[in-house]
Design a protein around this ligand. Structure first.
Ligand code: ZN
Length: 210
């Protein structure tokens, strides 16, 4: 395992290896930081975020694109809610580009895209994880794909390209309010989202030293 980014500038609240293909979630206090480490590189991390005290207020991709004037997420990007409140801010990013337009994989879309009966997808991961928080599929919004590269060409065409993230690349997300974060360590094997071979990631929550 690549361990060069395990030293966090603060007190570690949680430190978890999320196995390949599995979901993870955490309630994160305002001011705390979530570090997501792509341990082996080219591993998409599908990500949702909610206001912890009012989970109807959640991450909104369109607001985030509008208010950051970019379809890509990176250093200093604010994750905006459907009520145009800052949920989190990307305060560090060693990868450089993350997607929020391509959505997540699912058993159902793989049937259409690949004519295959895959057993699991990020949609299913989200559903199983949201249940733990009293939520359901109705709470799934258009998500972020950290470490996933979806270039948009001048003519508007898009497709998943090979991921840009190298082993050990990470993003730091500072909570701007108390939030619930839910992620799916993407199990897709039929496109480049997870480099055709899903791998583990590491999720650290830390409280920065003042
Ligand atoms: Zn996926």
């Amino acid at each position: 395992m690549n361990d060069k980014h395990s030293k966090t500038p603060g007190q570690v609240v949680e430190d978890t290896i999320v196995p390949a293909c599995k979901p993870w979630s955490a309630e994160v206090r305002k001011g705390d930081v979530v570090r997501l480490i792509d341990l082996e590189g080219q591993q998409a991390v599908d990500f949702l975020c909610y206001n912890l005290t009012n989970k109807d207020e959640r991450y909104n991709a369109a607001n985030t694109i509008k208010l950051n004037n970019s379809i890509y997420l990176g250093q200093d990007t604010v994750l905006w809610s459907v009520r145009a409140q800052p949920l989190m801010t990307i305060i560090a990013d060693t990868c450089g580009s993350h997607d929020t337009i391509y959505g997540c994989c699912s058993i159902e879309i793989d049937r259409v895209r690949f004519d295959k009966e895959n057993s699991w997808g990020c949609q299913q991961n989200f559903e199983s994880e949201l249940v733990k928080h009293g939520m359901s599929e109705k709470d799934i919004a258009a998500n972020i794909n950290f470490f996933m590269y979806v270039p948009v060409r001048e003519d508007g065409q898009i497709a998943i390209a090979d991921g840009l993230s190298k082993p050990g690349d990470y993003v730091d997300l500072r909570a701007e309010m108390d939030v619930l974060v839910v992620l799916s360590n993407c199990p897709e094997r039929d496109n480049a989202a997870a480099g055709y071979e899903p791998t583990p990631i590491r999720a650290i929550v830390y409280r920065p030293t003042a």
